[in-house]
Design a protein around this ligand. Structure first.
Ligand SMILES: Cc1cc2nc3c(=O)[nH]c(=O)nc-3n(C[C@H](O)[C@H](O)[C@H](O)COP(=O)(O)O)c2cc1C
Length: 171
């Protein structure tokens, strides 16, 4: 488990950068608590032999983690299973409101469940990310509204992310 002398690798996949910023923020929280942290994207991940704990994170596209993260998990399965692993995703789910939005926002997509289990993650947490109206198709915008999406833009909840990071540091 993580503790203040842990060596922690944070490995992420991003399309537009918001997951990278969340990974860096989690890294700062854990460094402030005394851990030795390295943050890298999945294509430049460090050798895991130097780490006790791995935090995996990815943006969600079409109810799935990005291919860079899923192939990383696939090709490092044994190393991950031998370590303490946590998984987070970044999408719109946690920002959805109302009964339908809350239901869909809490559901863990099948593909994410599979990756979580492959990596042997202790826990999986979904965070709200960054969702711009511009460039989103009319169909996707309508679906977003129907599912309880109320606003666009930067939906990240930094205090919630900090609390999650701290909970890992305290285990
Ligand atoms: C093409 C596309 C598909 C998306 N599909 C989903 C989805 O299925 N579920 C979800 O929760 N968020 C979805 N999102 C929202 C983003 O993943 C989210 O805004 C996230 O912050 C992006 O992270 P990034 O900046 O690290 O790429 C989608 C975004 C894009 C651009």
């Amino acid at each position: 488990m993580a503790h203040n002398t842990s060596r922690i690798a944070i490995v992420y996949a991003t399309a537009q950068g918001s997951t990278r910023e969340i990974a860096a923020f989690i890294g700062d929280c854990l460094t402030a608590r005394g851990a030795t942290v390295e943050v890298a994207d999945a294509e430049h991940a460090p050798d895991l032999s130097r780490f006790d704990v791995v935090i995996l994170g990815s943006a969600v596209h079409n109810r799935a983690l990005l291919p860079a993260l899923t192939s990383y998990v696939d090709s490092h399965r044994d190393e991950l299973l031998a370590r303490d692993v946590w998984l987070f995703s970044v999408g719109i789910g946690p920002a959805l409101r109302g009964p339908i939005g809350t239901f869909f926002g809490r559901a863990v997509p099948n593909q994410i469940r599979v990756v979580r289990d492959q990596a042997g993650a202790h826990a999986y947490r979904a965070f709200a990310g960054h969702y711009e109206r511009a460039g989103v198709s009319l169909g996707a915008r309508t679906m977003f509204r129907l599912l309880g999406g109320t606003r666009y833009g930067d939906l990240r909840d930094w205090p919630a992310i900090g609390t999650w990071a701290t909970s890992i540091a305290m285990l």
